[in-house]
Design a protein around this ligand. Structure first.
Ligand code: PLP
Length: 443
């Protein structure tokens, strides 16, 4: 099935029953935007427990890179599960972990050899980058960006500056973290466009943070998402990343690319930072890397990852089944899916952009590959953020059988599995347009 079919009111009776059970026993901190209860998935389609079929442009928050239950990935998982489920790659050796480290060394845009540290999630990958940055540089301070999301454990949460609710009540966080403005070109404070931009906003780090807050020789690392994910799918211009690299080199600061969301082919290249030609010192990877199995990896220049036995480890990190899934995933990405993300992504971007004329709520359509954000505004001149309208559009899309998620205060993100076809992209754009119309009429 490749088009949505909605058979019951949403949530249907079985979904409702499960949500009622969930509401008394599961942490209320989760942010469910609409009541989807999955029964099974295949490719880009998801069926709920009541038999409703949805087109998935959320992919479990940009995770199911190869689609739901890709047969090659399932086969790799089944084969590895039959051999052994766990041994702990920190204390013993096994081939899938070594092979995955070799594969990552081959695909990451860092020359001269890289090493991989294995954890289970994005936040653990970021924690490993933080610890390694401090350890390798002998410096303590870190610079991150406003609007950035790097995870929710204490170290990564200290970098996260996406929504205040994510930090509220959890302080004090890790000291020594400074935040700079992210280059949001749609809302450029200097009134520049991407064509006349020379990334002047980077001067904030040089002229404000380094001048008033922290000496650059005490900064271990600058951590950046080449495309902000949770912050609203905001693309950092190439010249910004290039100047950032020059600035970090000048001061001996490590550059860490958090590609947890933008990586593994989603941008139309294996890693989004490749568009700028910039070589980071470290990268945090997770989400799409194993098609849905838990895996987070900190990849670093080999010379940097020179910490001694015992310095850092994780019992479950680099689980062999997750490594097998990652190897199957990377094979599919290299064979067809990175190219498909670029091709279908360009098609979908054009389709979404073409909605602007008929839909005044659309302020900006941006992204790379199949990482597309549509920012909704109440007024194109003032760019007033349409947050309630955004939530209403996401819900209206759900009721029509399209799964999308919000990002930032007022953007809708399209992060489908990278197996999306052009026909499915067209269906998604059509349903999205209907959802926009519904919300625009109700205003
Ligand atoms: C860029 C980025 N970094 C880190 C994380 C944290 O990943 P996890 O939720 O797997 O801990 C996320 C999650 O959304 C992310 O988008």
């Amino acid at each position: 099935m490749s088009v949505p079919v909605i058979r019951t009111p949403l949530p249907g009776p079985k979904a409702k029953a499960l949500i009622d059970r969930d509401s008394t026993v599961v942490s209320p901190s989760y942010t469910r935007g609409y009541p989807l209860v999955i029964e099974r998935g295949s490719g880009c389609m998801v069926e709920d427990v009541d038999g409703n079929v949805f087109l998935d442009c959320a992919a479990g928050i940009a995770v199911n890179s190869t689609g739901h239950a890709h047969p090659d990935v399932v086969k790799a998982i089944v084969e590895q599960s039959g051999r052994f489920l766990h041994m702990s790659g920190t204390d013993f050796y096994y081939e899938p972990q070594v092979r995955l480290a070799e594969e990552l060394a081959a695909v990451t845009p860092i020359a001269g050899g890289v090493r991989s540290f294995f954890g289970n999630s994005g936040t653990e990958a970021v924690e490993a980058c933080l610890k390694l940055s401090r350890y390798a540089s002998g410096r303590q301070n870190i610079i991150a960006f406003l609007g950035g999301f790097h995870g929710r454990s204490m170290g990564s949460l200290s970098l996260t500056a996406s929504k205040a609710i994510q930090r509220r009540g959890f302080g004090p966080l890790m000291p020594g973290v400074y935040h700079a403005p992210f280059p949001d070109c749609y809302r450029c404070p200097l009134g520049l466009t991407t064509t006349d931009c020379a990334a002047e906003c980077l001067d904030f780090i040089d002229h404000q943070i380094f001048a008033h807050l922290v000496s650059p020789d005490e900064v271990a690392a600058i951590v950046i998402e080449p495309i902000q994910g949770e912050g609203g799918y905001v693309v950092a211009p190439d010249q910004f990343l290039q100047r950032l690299r020059a600035l970090t080199k000048e001061h001996g600061i490590l550059l860490v690319a958090d590609e947890v969301q933008s990586g593994m082919g989603r941008s139309g290249k294996m890693f989004a930072i490749e568009f700028s030609g910039v070589e980071p010192d470290m990268m945090a990877l997770a989400k799409g890397i194993a098609s849905g199995l838990p895996l987070g990896v900190a990849v670093a220049r080999a010379g940097l990852m020179a910490w001694p036995p015992g310095a850092h480890a994780s019992t479950f990190g680099g689980n062999p089944v997750s490594c097998a899934a990652a190897l199957a995933t990377i094979k599919l990405l290299k064979e067809t899916l990175v190219a498909n993300a670029a091709d279908v992504g360009a098609h979908m971007m054009a389709g979404l952009k073409s909605l602007s004329d008929a839909h005044p709520l659309i302020g900006d359509v941006r992204g790379r590959g199949l990482m597309i954000g549509v920012e909704l505004v109440r007024n194109r001149q003032t760019k007033e953020r349409a947050t309630t309208e955004r939530d209403a559009v996401v819900n209206a899309a759900f009721r029509r059988g399209l799964l999308v998620l919000g990002a930032g205060k007022n953007a809708v993100r399209f992060s489908p599995p990278l197996v999306l076809t052009k026909a499915q992209a067209d269906t998604a754009v059509k349903i999205f347009a209907e959802a926009l119309t519904e919300v625009e009429r109700a205003r």
